[in-house]
Structure formats: C-alpha cells, structure tokens
Design a protein around this ligand. Structure first.
Ligand code: NDP
Length: 475
C-alpha cells in the first residue's frame, strides 16, 4: 500500500515538474504570454498609424516634392483640407491590380515549383532543401532555399524586357506606385487575417502556437510560429524573402529608369543607392540558408508585423532614397560619393563578417578559426517545451567579442550610407536610418530579453564577458 502511494506521489511530482518545466521553458523562449499596457499601446499605435505613415511618405513625394513638413503646414494653416490631398491621390486601378497579382503569382510559382539548381553550379552557395532551427515545440522544419534562383530569373526577365522585348516600360513600378500601394495593403491585411484564422482553426503545428488572449497582440505578433500550406509553402520564408525583397532591386531600377526618362541621365547618387542596396539584397539571397537561423525565422511568429510589414513597409519605405532621387536628382561631388561608397562598403563588410563569424561558429560547433585563432565562447543550456535539454555556445571573440550585436552596427552604417547619398536638402531620405536605429536597438533589447530568459545565468556570464551592445565603450 505504502509502495503504491509512494509510486502515485512520484507520478504526481513528475507531472508537476513537467508542468513547471513547460512553463519555465516557455519563458525561456522569451514569448510574451502576458501583454503589458506599453506593448498593447505600441501595437495599437502601429496598427493604426503604420499604414498612414507609409501613405504620408509616398503622398508627400507625389504631391509635395518629398517635403515632409509642407503637407502638415498646408493642413494646419487651412490652406488645404484632407479631402484635397485625398482627391489628388491615385486610386486602385485594374492595371495595378493586374500587375500586382501577376507579380505575386509569379513569385509563388518560382518559390514552390522550381527546385533550386543554383547550388549545383555556384561554388560556396548553399541552396536546395535546408533545415531551420529547432522550434520551441522541438520541430525542425525543412525549407526549399531557392531565393537566389527566383531573384536571378526575375531580373533576367526584367533586363530582357527592358532591352529586347519592351512588353512594358521599366518605369512601370514608379508610374503605378500609389495604385500598387493599395494592392500591397490588400495583400498585407489579407495574409495577416488569414494567418490569424488559420492559427485558431487549422494550425500547421498546434504546439508551436502562441495565444496571449489579447486579440490585437495576437493579430500583430502572430499566433502560428511557422504557418504552412502543404509541405513547402512556408508563409514566413515566402513573405519575408520573396515579393518584397525580390522587388526591392526592381523598384530601384524602375526609379533609375524614371530619372533617365525625366532628365536624360541617371545621377551618381541613384547609381550608389542601386549598387549599395543591390549588394544588400543579393547578400540576403546568397545567404538565404543562413537567414533560416535569424530572429525573423527562428523566433518571430507570423502575424501582421511580418505579413503586412513585408508586403507594404519594406518595399515602400526601404526604397525611399530611390523615390526621393526621382524628384530631386542629386549629382554628388567625387569626395561625397567616395565617402558614401566607403561608409556603405565598410558597413556591409562589418555586417557580413559578423554574421558569417556567428554562422561559422554555430555550424562547426566552435571547431573553426576566427581571425586566425580558435574562438572563445561560453557554454550554455536551455530547454524546449517538451522538457528536452539542449546545449549551445555563445561566442565571445571576433566581432562578437567587440559588442553583442556588431552585425547591427554594420547594418546601420550601410543604412546611413544610402541616406547620405541623397544629400542634405530634405529629411525624407533620412527616415531610413532613424527607423533602422529604432528597429535594431529595439530588436537588440528584445533579443537580449529572450536570450536572458532562455539561457538564464549563462547569459549573465556572457554579458559580463561582452558588456556592450552596439558600440564598444558607448552602448
Ligand atoms: P542575430 O543574427 O544577431 O541573431 C541573434 C541570435 O544569435 C540570438 O538570439 C542568439 O540566438 C544568437 N546569438 C547571440 N549572441 C551570440 C553569440 N555571441 N554567439 C553565438 N550566437 C549568438 O540577429 P538577427 O536575426 O536579428 O539579425 C540577422 C541580421 O539581419 C543582422 O545582421 C541584422 O542587421 C539583419 N536585419 C536586418 C533587418 C532589416 O530590416 N534590414 C531587420 C532585421 C535584421 P540563439 O537562441 O540561437 O542562441
């Protein structure tokens, strides 16, 4: 009898422990299960104002030569009413809807139906079927990495059209810029709403869903971790890495074509923006397999933040420099252009090398050389929802010994270079560096909060070894 009771107690204790482990590990993965008032207020602010911000920027270029203050002054002084501005705004057109639908369908086809061949002939390129990181429920998803192929095919067709076929003008994106904005918004909202419904009714992996009980938070930050349709259509990888980012370089080319059409030449500032952002985009596709291990794919759930953000925010606000240069063609003096190029390339180098060092370190489990030496690191452990214990390492040498997010510092330098290419006449092109500073600082804090709850005391050892976040000695 006593033995039976002891057995029952042990079983209860085990169950209790498992529940505690589950709770603890959910915390360790840094998911916000309780939504504080500040997060809620920020979310409501973004849901309401982010689409208006995008509209404001694009409208101010179309109607006010990219002045950010003139529309406000016009409204405040009663010179214009909201309805005047709205009435001058192009509406959704059948042409834009057709272009946009074709674009998205084409990218879906490239994504799901053409397996990668680039990895077969490009030395050093990792493509084809690759595995993502372990999810909190312990799942390892497989992805078809064929973004570089999609980018190449799309751009070859673009150049073939521009130089031989002339089915459409290369200025097509600029010429339909606002009607296309409405299409992007429709898709952004549709996909976020669909993702929310899917999370409730037919999730891909129920154990990887996160319900905070707050409708707005769930809509914005997402319920499902890796929503999929079928085996291969992964929402996060597709929306993060296809329609918006493939379009980024085409949008810039369209802006350059518009400069050529309007002024008979393409300015050196436009070329710099095209080249520097082109390098960034190509880098993204060259390293798409690595991207599976970044925060967007590894830790963020799929909601409005990613769905709408990738459809609207990214293609419209990341390309503001090119748009600005159509309205203000800036020809930089050689010294200015050289500084922009150097800041951009140095930023890119830091960004790429820092990311590469972490990737190499993690791939080889520390059995590699960083700056000619064996890397230094801190051993750490964490648990998944099912209570399985995992081990990991945090590197404390190379760029990762300088600061905990030196990759963000490089990214910020690159972002600054795009803005500097536009001269100093207007604020609008500088929105990007302001936004990226806020985004990456917030991301840094968010990531550290997550890592701290994931690794516990090991994270404390790490922050003691590498005390600065972005700038050694300063922050
Ligand atoms: P990181 O690539 O810096 O990844 C952070 C993760 O790396 C942490 O969560 C942790 O994950 C692991 N990690 C942290 N410190 C160490 C260390 N010392 N050694 C080994 N692993 C470590 O962040 P992101 O995914 O945010 O960014 C990737 C790149 O994308 C960055 O260069 C960033 O600039 C860029 N980016 C660009 C954006 C844009 O809009 N242009 C937006 C966002 C990012 P784990 O849990 O595995 O330990």
């Amino acid at each position: 009898m006593a033995a039976h009771q002891e057995k029952k107690l042990a079983k209860e204790r085990k169950h209790q422990n498992m529940q505690n482990d589950t709770k603890a590990s959910q915390g360790q993965w840094g998911r916000a299960w309780e939504v504080d008032w500040f997060s809620l207020a920020s979310i409501l602010f973004l849901l309401i104002f982010a689409p208006l911000i995008v509209y404001y920027f694009i409208m101010s270029c179309a109607q006010y030569q990219c002045s950010l203050t003139d529309p406000l002054l016009d409204l405040l002084t009663g010179n214009k009413h909201l309805s005047d501005i709205w009435n001058r705004t192009p509406m959704l057109t059948y042409r834009a809807a057709g272009i946009y639908s074709l674009w998205v369908i084409f990218q879906v086809v490239l994504y799901v139906s053409i397996p990668d061949v680039c990895h077969k002939f490009l030395p050093g390129y990792v493509g084809g079927v690759q595995e993502g990181a372990v999810t909190p429920a312990g799942v390892v998803n497989k992805y078809e990495i064929n973004g570089l192929q999609a980018w190449i095919i799309t751009h070859v067709l673009w150049f073939a059209n521009a130089s031989c076929f002339h089915f459409f003008s290369p200025t097509i994106l600029f010429d339909n810029w606002i009607p296309l904005l409405w299409c992007a918004n429709i898709l952004g909202y549709a996909v976020s709403t669909f993702a929310m419904i899917k999370g409730y009714f037919f999730p891909t992996n129920a154990k990887d869903c996160k319900f905070t009980g707050n409708f707005f938070y769930d809509y914005m930050m997402g319920i499902e971790f890796n929503p999929r349709i079928g085996k291969w259509f992964d929402f996060k990888l597709f929306f993060n890495g296809r329609p918006g980012i493939v379009a980024w370089t085409l949008i810039n080319l369209s802006f350059a074509a518009k400069q050529q059409e309007l002024y008979g030449e393409v300015t050196n500032s436009m070329i710099l923006v095209n080249v520097l952002q082109g390098i960034y985009v190509l880098d993204f596709f060259w390293n798409e397999a690595w991207y599976l291990k970044t925060i967007d794919i590894c830790h963020d759930h799929f909601g409005w933040y990613l769905g709408w953000g990738d459809c609207v925010w990214l293609p419209y606000l990341y390309t503001l420099q090119g748009l600005y240069l159509v309205y203000h063609p800036v020809q930089l003096c050689t010294a200015h252009a050289a500084v922009v190029l150097m800041v951009g390339l140095l930023g890119y180098y830091i960004f790429r090398m820092t990311n590469h060092q972490k990737d190499l370190f993690r791939r080889t489990n520390g059995n590699c050389r960083i700056w000619g030496k064996k890397p230094e690191y801190i051993e750490c452990s964490y648990m998944s929802v099912d209570g399985t214990k995992y081990y990991s390492k945090l590197m404390t040498s190379g760029f990762w010994g300088w600061a905990r997010h030196f990759n963000y510092t490089g990214d910020l330098m690159g972002s600054l270079a795009y803005c500097l290419a536009c001269g100093f006449e207007h604020m609008l092109p500088y929105f990007y560096i302001i936004y990226m500073t806020i985004l990456l600082t917030h991301r840094c804090i968010r990531d550290e909060h997550r890592c701290s709850s994931k690794y516990g005391k090991d994270w404390k050892h790490y922050t003691a070894a590498v005390p600065y976040r972005l700038l050694p000695g300063i922050f």
